[in-house]
Design a protein around this ligand. Structure first.
Ligand code: QAP
Ligand code: CO
Length: 173
């Protein structure tokens, strides 16, 4: 399956992703195709809506202590629901749909997640650190929310100005 990353300000990123009901070959094809595009673009997380499939599916591959991303660590998360959240943590986030921009965002420190795997089996996960941050970032995508939406008014304005300039320069080069 040929996939492309949808980039801000494309309105497709604002769609609310639909619950996955069929755990079929079509879903597996999509998940299989999302993995290489995430790795090749140096991503650690990708929601299906970011490749123009607004369904409640996302993948995560958090680097280990050595900065490696072995495929054994790949998490495929379908229909996630957060049940417990606690604490606060700040991390400089980026997004494959908002290339080249990084901003400090406050998230919950730890969380518990209920979700389904690619075969529809129910799972529970306790997350902290970067995994917890990544889950919250990717779950926001399912609601059409981007990390830049969480910036203060002043920082958002600065972002819009710099991003527009970047897009313009990309067009003329
Ligand atoms: C979401 O983000 C995330 O601008 C995943 O030029 C972010 O994989 C989870 C990326 C922060 C946890 C913490 C961004 C690659 C990748 C860029 C990504 C870029 C190239 C972002
Ligand atoms: Co993102």
């Amino acid at each position: 399956m040929k996939l492309n990353i949808v980039e801000y300000p494309d309105k497709k990123l604002r769609l609310k992703s639909k619950v996955v009901k069929l755990f079929d070959k079509k879903l597996h094809d999509l998940l299989n195709s999302m993995y290489p595009i995430m790795i090749n673009t140096n991503g650690i997380g990708l929601a299906a809506v970011q490749v123009n499939h607004p369904i409640r599916a996302l993948i995560l591959n958090i680097p280990d202590e050595d900065g490696e991303q072995p495929k054994e660590n790949l998490l495929e998360i379908i229909n996630p629901v957060m049940t417990n959240q606690s604490g606060e943590t700040v991390y400089q986030e980026g997004c494959l749909s908002v290339p080249k921009f990084y901003e400090d965002i406050t998230r919950f420190d730890t969380l518990t997640l209920n979700y389904q795997d690619r075969d529809g089996n129910t799972k529970t996960l306790e997350a902290e650190g970067l995994l917890s941050i990544a889950i919250q970032h990717e779950m926001d995508h399912l609601e059409g929310i981007l990390f830049i939406d969480k910036l203060s008014y002043a920082r958002r304005k600065k972002f819009e100005k710099e991003y527009k300039r970047m897009l313009k320069e990309r067009k003329t080069s």
